[in-house]
Ligand binder design. Structure first.
Ligand code: ZN
Length: 320
């Protein structure tokens, strides 16, 4: 049987100041800016993408920096923490780095036999670094963090749910996820059916049962949606039909320039997307210079001068 969902694809957050967002993800976390474009639905706002060298699915953090907007609040019905994988040998490096940059963190803690630390980005968005040797991916070695220490991509996401059962049913019965571990009200799923679960970093979804917790609300520092990876147009059509058959309401397939997407809200309220792996970020600029120029879809090109004039100037610091 064909695999319909491979694991995580990208995570998109609402941010405040654009330059501070760039600084956090490139200069502090050491990710590569792989695309500088605009929110196709709101062209006065950037859409910034950070990831590994090519922006591989499962490494891509993206943001809509809105400038001065109120902060959101973490709570139920939200993706509260995005965990990135780091090599176990790099944990002390990251602790020193966060201390040097005066970024307060909690931990190290243990969960599912892995060590992690937890902190917020400049807008209050929840980040974890999880130390693991169970990761064959390479990090971006051309940025502000040496390759052997670099973030390898996503590890897991945490979905806070007041009533997790319906979300778990969606993941396991309609989205090919399998329960692989449970600890303190946290249910960990790996992508893939039970017979072929691919339980490696980047494929984990943690559903955190959070009874009594306030519902989250969206603002700067909130995740807007989480996207799962599917191979191609054919698998996207198939998973879309399956979701409809199972009673969910995915959108039509939308062209997002670097992938094609469907969106729907999971029962707990978090916006899910399923995105194709192709065409990827080299569709409109070479790998070597990804993220340097402002890229617009062709329907916005006639308005480029006006769009550029309305966006703040941002600058990716070059590594020393
Ligand atoms: Zn998306």
């Amino acid at each position: 049987m064909q695999t319909l969902i491979n694991g995580l694809h990208h995570i998109t957050a609402i941010a405040g100041d654009a330059q501070r967002n760039v600084d956090f993800y490139t200069d502090i976390l050491g990710l590569r800016m792989v695309k500088k474009t605009i929110n196709f639905d709101a062209p006065t706002v950037y859409h910034l993408y950070y990831g590994d060298e090519t922006g591989s699915p499962g490494t891509i953090m993206t943001s809509f920096p809105h400038g001065k907007i109120p902060r959101g609040r973490k709570g139920t019905g939200q993706l509260t923490y995005t965990a990135f994988s780091i090599p176990t040998t790099s944990l002390s490096f990251w602790i020193d780095r966060l201390n040097d940059r005066r970024i307060t963190f909690a931990g190290p803690y243990k969960r599912f036999n892995e060590t992690y630390i937890r902190f917020d980005d400049f807008d209050g968005m929840g980040i974890e670094l999880t130390a693991t040797d169970n990761n064959n991916r390479t990090g971006w070695a051309g940025g502000s963090v040496a390759g052997e220490m670099a973030i390898r991509g996503f590890h897991a996401v945490t979905l806070n749910e007041a009533n997790p059962d319906a979300t778990i049913k969606l993941l396991t019965q309609s989205m090919e996820h399998t329960l692989i571990a449970e600890e303190a009200g946290r249910f960990r799923f790996g992508a893939g059916p039970r017979s072929a679960v691919n339980a490696v970093p980047g494929n984990f979804v943690d559903v955190q049962h959070s009874p009594g917790e306030l519902r989250g609300h969206q603002g700067a520092g909130s995740v807007h949606h989480v996207a799962f990876s599917t191979d191609n147009h054919e698998t996207q059509v198939t998973i879309r039909e399956k979701l409809i058959d199972d009673g969910y309401m995915p959108t039509e397939i939308l062209d997002r320039q670097y992938f094609k997407s469907i969106y729907f809200r999971e029962p707990g309220g978090i916006l899910f997307e399923i995105a194709t792996n192709p065409p990827g970020f080299s569709v409109d600029e070479p790998i070597e210079t990804l993220g340097q120029a402002l890229k617009l879809p062709e329907w916005y090109e006639p308005r480029r001068a006006q769009i550029e004039a309305g966006l703040p100037v941002i600058d990716v610091k070059q590594p020393l």
